[in-house]
Design a binder for this molecule. Structure first.
Ligand SMILES: CCCCCCCC/C=C\CCCCCCCC(=O)N[C@@H](COP(=O)(O)O)[C@H](O)/C=C/CCCCCCCCCCCCC
Length: 205
């Protein structure tokens, strides 16, 4: 496992993603995901179908951010407002906007919940706890409900290749950091969740 992964950096990027008004900057939200992808890539090819999916979603959001309407994509709040006001979101079935910013970010948002649940399990785990079980329990409680059977099976195979608990703690260096990361990740998650719920965007196709 690459020793270049730093939970501290993940923490810093998600911290930078929160504005004073508690809006979420997409630039830093994406940067947080890029750190997590780098970590996943270091775990081997069995995870590449997952990291490719995340990378493609990051790319879609980066394209919006650097495109001609980029100023509307500075925060998740401004993106939601802009895409809804301009009817740029497929709300019930996929149509002329299959890759809107709102539906793309929703996929990462659901995955952030998985991360929160997994890190919480890791933080409270004991020496004999298995990371594959923590991962899979967190997955069943979050992302799995949105994935078809085939993806759930493939994910189940990938979970078997997850390194043990000690390896995670070696890489993370400071266990205490988990206690600091979790509330921050949870806050970013909750702000996005409330915004999406308020705008009926939680089930975008
Ligand atoms: C110190 C601890 C650090 C832990 C770091 C963990 C790093 C993990 C990084 C990413 C987690 C997974 C992100 C998964 C995003 C999935 C988005 C999604 O739901 N995509 C599906 C739907 O997309 P559309 O078709 O609607 O566009 C897509 O079909 C799914 C693709 C692949 C399945 C992804 C399942 C991921 C499950 C959890 C991954 C565990 C990785 C474990 C690494 C330790």
């Amino acid at each position: 496992m690459a020793d270049t992964f730093s939970l501290q950096r993940v923490l810093e990027t998600f911290r930078s993603s929160l504005s004073e008004k508690k809006e979420v900057y997409i630039k830093y939200y994406i940067a947080g995901w890029q750190e997590l992808v780098a970590f996943m890539n270091s775990l081997g090819n069995v995870f590449s179908f997952i990291s490719k999916d995340v990378v493609s979603k990051i790319q879609i959001l980066e394209n919006f951010l650097s495109g001609e309407n980029g100023s509307h994509y500075v925060t998740i709040q401004s993106m939601v407002k802009y895409e809804l006001e301009n009817e740029l979101v497929d709300l019930t079935k996929r149509g002329s906007h299959p890759e809107s910013g709102c539906r793309t970010l929703l996929r990462l948002h659901r995955a952030l919940r998985w991360l929160e649940l997994f890190l919480e399990r890791l933080r409270t785990s004991t020496e004999d706890s298995k990371t594959s079980v923590m991962c899979s329990d967190a997955y069943n409680e979050s992302l799995a409900q949105h994935h078809p059977w085939l993806i759930r099976k493939a994910v189940g195979v990938a979970f078997c290749a997850i390194p043990g608990r000690d390896t995670f703690f070696d890489v993370m260096h400071v266990v205490a950091l988990l206690g600091e990361s979790l509330p921050l990740i949870a806050e970013v998650y909750q702000i996005t969740e409330d915004l999406y719920a308020k705008n009926n965007l939680l089930e975008l196709p």
